[in-house]
Unconditional design. Structure first.
Length: 476
């Protein structure tokens, strides 16, 4: 087994590399084909460790974004030494081809699991497109030269922007849901110019959109944000339908299988003691939570600071009325719910999908997106709790823990070759045999923290940790 560690590639190598004109491969965006997390293109190993199936490992800048692939390259974004970075590696060897840095023009309030380069890039098979919320949208060519930059106004998002850009129908689509002035927009990949931009209400959202194309109908972009489920016509952004039936916090991205979209979020009941929560924060009992009071409220400090800055009169102080308005607004939508919506699949694409089934359970704090694979829906929670449900009925098939990986989970599951891969924040990759009555067949310890969703292609698994990028698979 050959093991290669690459730190820096020479500039001459970067200049010598020819631009790949191959079509974009199937793992060109966050979670691969249309965000499904699934490929069926080869044999994938269950053992991922330095002594077995490791093809290469290379040092990578720290970051939480997920790798995307072209025929020749692997792209990631990172945040290190105060800079926003894009890195390009050779897919066959892991050698670093180029690295580009951008300076932050501003700083946003962030959750501890978010960071300024957490959005995954997207590629058209030749160029790469990255979204840095503190800068905007940037495109680099295969040699690392800047093609264009499109600055963004500051995103008024509590705990940071989380949605990754996607490339559909010849446009780059960005979903930017925030406290005010939210929108969804499409950009021209050739020059970064806006093709259309549609204002959206409904507040925050951190999910990445997907594409749905009914038979004989207009392709649309399906989005989920706090409380709201909606579809926009891909050609001009027109909102075709919407439904205020989701939970108040949508972090995970929706997934589509056939004519069914699955989406979940977490919420709370109106009588959940929000007034008492404010009293605990208001230490001097003056009816306000000031900067001095919310500072040090880790891990909730960024959230409280953002509420004070973005809600009410936006003066940096959180009054009791502002607090109750925010909390009650969140409690007006559904409680923690996993919901399946069914399109009729016809050309009548402006019709809202009907609710197929709904499961209301304790989904609090879930970050990973669901996976629908061979008729089974998989959902992993912190603590390594794995639920499988019948994708058609919502019936629970099995609930258990991923042994030896009872950790926090940020990465979304991926699947191929009858196997499902779950990556914990502690760097444990659990591999289960697909099926409602799943069973663990391997637990791999990467020895490094991991927050990114792996990429799959051609029998190879590309795993990004906070220190490195690795490729596992059968040797050619």
């Amino acid at each position: 087994m050959r093991y290669r560690l690459r730190l820096v590639a020479s500039a001459s190598l970067a200049l010598a590399l020819a631009v790949s004109h191959a079509a974009a491969e199937n793992w060109s965006r966050f979670r691969g084909p249309n965000g499904s997390g699934i490929v069926e293109d080869g044999e994938y190993p269950p053992e991922l460790n330095p002594d077995k199936n490791l093809l290469w490992k290379t040092a990578a800048r720290p970051g939480k974004s997920s790798p995307v692939l072209t025929e020749r390259y692997v792209f990631v974004t990172a945040f290190d030494e105060g800079k926003l970075l894009t890195q390009c590696f050779l897919r066959q060897t892991g050698e670093l081809v180029w690295e580009r840095a951008e300076e932050r023009s501003r700083e946003a309030d962030l959750h501890q699991l978010n960071e300024p380069a957490a959005n995954s890039p997207v590629t058209d098979g030749e160029n790469v497109y990255v979204l840095f919320r503190d800068v905007g949208l940037i495109s680099y060519d295969a040699a690392g030269e800047v093609r264009w930059k499109t600055p963004f106004d500051p995103l008024a998002t509590i705990m940071g922007h989380g949605s990754s850009p996607i490339l559909v129908g010849g446009s780059i689509v960005v979903q930017a849901d925030q406290s005010y002035d939210g929108y969804i927009a499409a950009f021209d990949p050739a020059n970064g110019e806006i093709r259309w931009k549609i204002a959206r209400s409904g507040g925050h959202g951190w999910a990445t959109p997907l594409q749905y194309e009914p038979t004989g109908g207009s392709p649309q972009v399906v989005t989920a944000r706090n409380g709201w489920f909606a579809g926009h016509r891909l050609s001009d952004g027109k909102q075709m339908w919407e439904s205020n039936t989701l939970s108040s916090a949508i972090v995970a991205s929706p997934v589509v299988e056939g004519n069914t979209v699955y989406v979940f979020g977490y919420g709370y009941a109106p009588d959940s003691g929000v007034e008492g929560m404010f009293s605990l924060l208001d230490k001097d009992e003056d009816g306000m939570v000031t900067r001095e009071e919310y500072t040090g409220q880790a891990p909730g400090q960024p959230w409280l600071r953002a509420l004070a800055r973005l809600e009410g009169d936006r003066d940096g102080v959180l009054t009791q009325d502002e607090w109750l308005t925010v909390m009650r607004r969140g409690a007006t939508t559904a409680p923690s719910s996993l919901v399946a919506f069914r399109f009729d699949g016809s050309s009548q694409s402006e019709a809202s999908p009907r609710e197929l089934w709904r499961r209301e359970r304790n989904f609090m704090g879930v970050i990973p997106s669901a996976l629908v694979y061979r008729g089974v829906l998989y959902l992993v929670k912190n603590g390594g709790i794995l639920d499988t449900l019948d994708a058609e009925t919502g019936e629970t098939l099995k609930r258990g823990r991923l042994r030896e990986a009872i950790d926090g989970y940020s990465a979304s599951p991926v699947a191929a070759d009858g196997k499902v891969y779950f990556t914990s924040e502690a760097g444990k990759v659990s591999v289960v045999r697909a099926g409602g009555e799943w069973e663990v067949i391997a637990v791999n310890d990467l020895g490094e923290e991991a927050f990114a969703t792996p990429a799959l292609s051609g029998g190879k698994i590309f795993v990004r940790t906070n220190q490195s990028l690795s490729c596992f698979g059968k040797a050619d």
